[in-house]
Design a protein. Structure first.
Length: 172
C-alpha cells in the first residue's frame, strides 16, 4: 500500500471511499471495521477499519497494541487468526461517565449538553452489554474487564498488569 492510499490526517486507520471500502470488506482485507457518522469526514466516507496486511507486517517479531471498540473486538473473536491476542474493556459506571464528561467539557464552546452526556452513557451501556455477551460466549479467550471507576493511577496499574501477563517482556 503506498502513501497515497492513507490520508494524512487519518493516521490510525486506512480510509477509503464507501464504495472502495465495501469492496475491500468482501475481499477480507480488514481485521475489523466499523461504520461511522462523522460530519467532519469527507463526503463519501462512512467506514474505518484495521488493515489486515499492515497488522501482519507489524507483528513480525513484535507486539501490537491496538485500540478497538467492542464491535471491532467482536469481529476479531469471530475470526481464526494466526496470532495471539487479548482484550481489555475499561468499564465505568454511568455516574463516572457523566462526571468525566462534565470535567472534560464538550465541543460546543464549553457548553455541556445533557443530550451529549445521555448519548455517551447510552453508548457505554451498549458497550458493556456487548462486552458481557462476548465474555460469556468466548470463555476460553483472554477478555479482561478493568474497573475504570477508580483513579487514573489505579486504572493504569490494572491495565499494565494485564498487558505484562500477556506480554511478559514488556516493561511499562
Amino acid at each position: 500500500m503506498d502513501n497515497d492510499e492513507m490520508g494524512k490526517e487519518w493516521v490510525d486507520y486506512y480510509k477509503k471511499t464507501t464504495e472502495e471500502f465495501e469492496e475491500w470488506i468482501k475481499q477480507g482485507k480488514y481485521l475489523e471495521y466499523n461504520e461511522y457518522d462523522d460530519k467532519k469526514a469527507p463526503k463519501g466516507f462512512s467506514y474505518y477499519g484495521t488493515w489486515k496486511d499492515e497488522i501482519m507486517r507489524l507483528l513480525k517479531g513484535a507486539h501490537v497494541i491496538k485500540e478497538l471498540d467492542v464491535n471491532g473486538y467482536k469481529m476479531l473473536l469471530e475470526k481464526t487468526l494466526d496470532f495471539p491476542y487479548f482484550g481489555l474493556f475499561l468499564n465505568a459506571s454511568d455516574e463516572v461517565i457523566r462526571r468525566r464528561m462534565l470535567i472534560r467539557g464538550t465541543k460546543n464552546n464549553g457548553l455541556i449538553l445533557s443530550r451529549d452526556i445521555n448519548t455517551k452513557v447510552d453508548i457505554a451501556k451498549e458497550e458493556r452489554r456487548i462486552f458481557n455477551e462476548l465474555k460469556e460466549k468466548y470463555k476460553n479467550h483472554n477478555i479482561h474487564l478493568v474497573d475504570a471507576n477508580q483513579d487514573v493511577d489505579g486504572v493504569y496499574k490494572d491495565v499494565t498488569s494485564i498487558i505484562k501477563e500477556h506480554i511478559p517482556a514488556m516493561s511499562l
